[in-house]
Design a protein around this ligand. Structure first.
Ligand code: PEP
Ligand code: MN
Length: 283
């Protein structure tokens, strides 16, 4: 790909793989990291309940979204800045790392001291000013693919972060817009090995937004790992039917438990080390 010539994201040889470290959690070739949690934090009770459960089942990072980019301005926009108190409670009760989406520089300032990884969502993949801003931070960035972005555009968006000084970028395939409507997006499974040919950065998959249906999340997750993904970011809710956002694609605790068993088996099959915390049942 001509436009990747002389970029920091490009892979220089087949052995060139970056491991992004976040405390003692490694993202990249040879590892499998599961990030899980609700689409949005709704209140402290559901956040703590979900955090404790996903940790026991094998997640090491908690989805802690306080600011939600919603299609309708009348839909739940997230718990907001006051949720920082909830993040502190999760930190004190679990060994989970926290990740959360930032939509603006203001969000970044609010969340910076309370999260371990910064997420840039699909809708902001080409918000170049925001990419430059997170490029000056020293926290790992989960960069989600724009829903209509080519892999080249995705990698050049990552380049904005690397070229501003932050080389800790984790790419996330989350499905792309196609003519199909049964699934919310079309999971581009070949994006995983294709990205691995083009870049040295870790690649994870969001099977929840990729599929839009909880019934399809296990298949998308397993396909992702089989195709070489270095981890997953999965939506889990204590009561998906009453969720304020994305209930239809959120796994129940029971479904997440079953998924983690399969993920653990697949990680072993593909010789990937599944990262866990000391509170995980498998320890
Ligand atoms: C999310 O992960 O909360 C989200 C909004 O997903 P995406 O940015 O991929 O649409
Ligand atoms: Mn969601």
């Amino acid at each position: 790909m001509q436009s990747l010539k002389n970029t920091k994201v490009r892979k220089q040889n087949s052995e060139h793989n970056t491991i992004v470290k976040c405390n003692d959690v490694s993202f990249g070739e040879g590892y499998c990291v599961v990030i899980a949690g609700p689409c949005a934090i709704e209140n402290i009770e559901m956040a703590l309940l979900t955090a404790r459960e996903v940790e026991v089942q094998g997640a090491v990072v908690f989805r802690s979204s306080l600011f939600k980019p919603r299609t309708s301005p009348y839909s739940f926009q997230g718990y907001g800045a006051k949720g920082v108190e909830i993040l502190k409670a999760i930190k004190s009760e679990t060994n989970l790392l926290l990740e959360s989406e930032v939509l603006s520089r203001e969000h970044l300032e609010t969340l910076y001291d309370h999260i371990d990884l910064i997420r840039i969502g699909s809708r902001n993949m080409d918000n170049y000013e925001l990419l430059k801003e997170v490029g000056t931070t020293d926290k790992p960035i989960i960069l989600k693919r724009g829903m209509s972005s080519t892999l080249e555009e995705f990698l050049l968006a990552a380049e904005y972060i690397l070229s501003n000084g932050n080389e800790k970028v984790i790419l996330c395939e989350r499905g792309i817009r196609t003519f199909e409507t049964y699934t919310r997006n079309t999971f581009d499974v070949l994006a995983i090995p294709a990205l691995k040919e083009l870049t040295h950065l870790p690649v994870i998959v969001d099977p929840s937004h990729s599929s839009g249906r909880s019934s399809l999340v296990p298949a998308a997750s397993k396909a992702a790992i089989a195709a070489g993904a270095d981890g997953l970011i999965v939506e889990v809710h204590p009561e998906p039917e009453t969720a304020l956002s994305d209930g239809g694609q959120s796994l129940s605790f029971e479904d997440f438990k079953l998924l983690m068993k399969e993920v653990s088996d697949l990680a072993e099959l593909f010789k990937k080390q599944l990262i866990t915390t000391t509170k995980n049942v498998r320890n």
